[in-house]
Write a protein that binds this ligand. Structure first.
Ligand SMILES: [Zn+2]
Length: 104
């Protein structure tokens, strides 16, 4: 068990990542420039944005899974070795499914 209630932190993170993903999606769906050179720059930017979007979606998934573990009563247990994850680690990374040993 952990001393702090992580649910509020996880929900705050979920909101943060969802807002970020939506902003990136808006950027990606904007009207494209007319000139060829501008389009080339846009394509590069889009590739960067796609990467950021993938990161945000992966983070959202991680947070959702952490919330499910919270509901299941297994939050704070390492998903790999079932050892308790240290409170300091959960405080720094509330959504992490792995203890420090397994994450290395
Ligand atoms: Zn572990």
């Amino acid at each position: 068990m952990v001393d702090i209630d992580p649910r509020m932190r996880l929900e705050a993170l979920l909101t943060e990542y969802s807002t970020r993903a939506e902003a990136i999606e808006r950027d990606l769906s904007r009207v494209h420039a007319q000139s060829f050179s501008e389009q080339a720059t846009e394509r590069q930017n889009d590739m960067v944005l796609q990467g950021l979007l993938a990161d945000a979606r992966a983070s959202i998934l991680e947070v959702k899974q952490a919330l499910m573990r919270l509901d299941a009563g297994t939050y704070g247990e390492c998903a790999q070795c079932a050892e308790p994850i240290k409170a300091e680690r959960l405080e720094a990374l509330p959504a992490t499914p792995l203890c420090i040993n397994c994450a290395d």
